[in-house]
Ligand binder design. Structure first.
Ligand code: SF4
Length: 318
């Protein structure tokens, strides 16, 4: 993380891109700065401004355009907050905002405007959230999210997981993480031991949008998670100019399956302010899914869904 690229000029120079791209990125960054880890950078094609990985991370002038219907809190996180760091949207499950830090800044991120400074940062600040979970015996699953929960050092992660494991009515722990895609070297033997050393059944949900992401050390990291026995799922976001065609998504899904990862969700873009240029219409999304059904076995076709604030489950779109 210390070696990650944080300046548009550095990124543009490293990838041999036109200098104007750095200027426009600088102007568009706003309060969500550029952040690209080295491993991810190595998977971007030099000299190609249209590279699908570059487009996920390079701030674009379109981010500054105000679009109707695109807001700071598109999925109702605010209304779902039950305690500091604790969101409760769906029956039987709660989500912990473990950290506001991510290994990469995805320009379409639905939490790009989330008020992370208001959430717990130190272990003792988790007490209210853990008390809330402990007091509600209808809860069976906790989702560690963020930010990215694998930003936490192993010891802090182990401590948090241990405290959750002591809550007897919990049965499952889910981690929502882009770390194996963005910084695959985070998937160490030590991390695997931490994840295995908990009473709860652990499910890992990663986030890859394009087959080009699943190369080299990223593929190795995913295999390690699968081989360690974790149910490993992928959620992708349907993104204009990045993966909005059946060829790209079919290749992504097949590569995931070959690595032992189940293509779980294809999300319709959450309408967060600054991300309107990434949106693909639902009708286009349905056509893509229909084509995937023609080409792939059923287990390789992700569920195409949209999150609607206040709804009891993610709405299926196809
Ligand atoms: S890693 Fe996840 S939470 Fe972080 S910026 Fe990307 S999409 Fe958002």
């Amino acid at each position: 993380m210390a070696m990650a690229v944080r300046e548009p000029a550095e990124l543009v120079e490293a990838l041999k891109l036109p200098a104007e791209l750095a200027e426009s990125a600088e102007a568009a960054t706003g309060r969500f700065p550029l952040l690209v880890p080295r491993s991810y950078l190595a998977r971007i094609r030099p000299g190609d401004p249209g590279d699908p990985l570059l487009r996920q991370v390079l701030p674009a002038a379109a981010e500054t355009i105000t679009a109707p219907g695109f807001t700071a809190d598109p999925v109702g996180d605010r209304a779902a907050r039950r305690a500091p760091g604790l969101l409760h949207k769906y029956r039987g499950r709660v989500l912990l905002i473990t950290t506001g830090v991510c290994p990469i800044h995805c320009r379409y991120c639905f939490r790009r405007q989330y008020p992370y400074p208001e959430e717990p940062r130190r272990a003792e600040q988790w007490r209210a959230a853990l008390d809330c979970i402990g007091a509600d015996s209808t809860l069976h699953e906790v989702i560690l999210s963020g930010g990215d929960p694998l930003i936490l050092p192993d010891e802090r992660l182990a401590e948090l997981m241990g405290r959750l494991g002591e809550i007897r009515h919990l049965r499952r722990l889910r981690l929502h993480t882009r770390m194996p895609i963005a910084v695959p070297e985070r998937v160490t033997d030590g991390l695997i031991r931490v994840l295995q050393n908990v009473r709860l059944r652990t499910v890992v949900v990663v986030h890859a949008n394009h087959p080009q992401e699943l190369q080299g050390d990223c593929a190795t990291a995913l295999r390690r998670l699968v081989d360690a026995g974790f149910v490993t799922l992928n959620q992708a976001v349907l993104l204009r100019g990045i993966n909005d065609d059946p060829d790209t998504l079919a290749t992504l899904c097949e590569r995931l399956v070959d690595l032992g990862v189940i293509p779980y969700y294809l999300h319709q873009l959450d309408r967060v302010a600054g991300a309107a240029h990434f949106e693909v219409s639902e009708s286009e999304g349905r056509e893509i899914i229909e084509e995937l059904r023609r080409r792939l076995p059923g287990y390789a076709v992700p569920r195409y869904v949209r999150e609607i604030a206040g709804e009891e489950f993610k709405a299926p779109l196809a």
